[in-house]
Design a protein. Structure first.
Length: 266
């Protein structure tokens, strides 16, 4: 997996799936085709796990067979369940504003401002270095994002002003947001906790995670008239189909529809 250039996160996920597969089939031959198919059936029909989880498990098991039994036909006979077609959870601009201003700690505030205003993944926020902030061009350089792709995204004026206050207060040396030890970046878990605490302070009732700030960034851009192709570039999506999902949660077109109930003279 390292030689194929897969990320450490993907390697960790695959390892967990393979360990799970071997543990549950400790009394069976893990390289037997029936064992593998029965395992996948159990995940879907008995344990009723999500299709995205099952598809990850299939990818991991296929890789296990490819390495340990390359001539086995099982890799070509495992049927994938259809993926879950879930719409992204989007916050309104009012809700986003409440979340961004919930913290008084300038570091926590800067993290949330940057996550939303640049449409970043939480892993990308943690991996930011000082030199990735280009104040002259008002751009942020994202290095080796998902799929190991570099890209540029927007740097907000408001976020930049807050970053300067944060920098003066904390004086980070290498990572933009340092962890408990200055040589380490802030952890994903810590950023998730910062977001969760902000939601509590802002009295947000929706069940959302920090990735909702990225979804909201894309949706709000679309609703303000930004071309979908530019949004795709800013988010770092490989396929335009991935970006098109935001058309399903945008309310721009829906707002122009008059509800039939409101046409009635009741």
């Amino acid at each position: 997996m390292l030689r194929k250039g897969m990320s450490s996160k993907t390697i960790g996920v695959y390892n967990k799936h393979i360990k799970r597969y071997l543990k549950l089939n400790i009394n069976s031959d893990p390289l037997d085709a029936k064992t593998a198919n029965d395992y996948i059936y159990d995940l879907i029909a008995i344990q009723e796990l999500s299709h995205s989880f099952v598809n990850q498990a299939i990818s991991a098991v296929k890789l296990y067979f490819k390495v340990n039994c390359p001539k086995s036909p099982i890799r070509h006979k495992m049927i994938r369940p259809r993926g879950d077609k879930l719409l992204p959870k989007v916050l309104s601009q009012t809700e986003v504003a409440r979340i961004l201003n919930a913290h008084t700690n300038v570091k926590h505030k800067a993290i949330l401002y940057l996550t939303y205003s640049a449409g970043l993944r939480v892993s990308e926020v943690c991996a930011l270095r000082i030199e990735h902030i280009d104040a002259d061009r008002m751009m942020i350089s994202i290095k080796a994002g998902k799929g190991r792709k570099d890209r540029y995204t927007l740097l907000s004026k408001s976020a930049l002003e807050l970053l300067r206050d944060y920098y003066a207060a904390y004086l980070p040396k290498h990572w933009l947001f340092e962890g408990a030890k200055s040589e380490d970046p802030i952890t994903i878990r810590t950023v998730q906790r910062i977001f969760k605490k902000a939601c509590e302070k802002a009295d947000i009732k929706k069940s959302v995670g920090i990735h909702s700030l990225r979804h909201s960034f894309a949706t709000h851009l679309l609703e303000s008239g930004t071309d979908l192709r530019y949004i795709q570039e800013l988010l770092g999506h490989k396929s335009p189909k991935t970006t098109q999902i935001y058309t399903h949660v945008s309310n721009t077109a829906l707002q122009r529809i008059v509800n039939p109930l409101d046409r009635m003279n009741l």
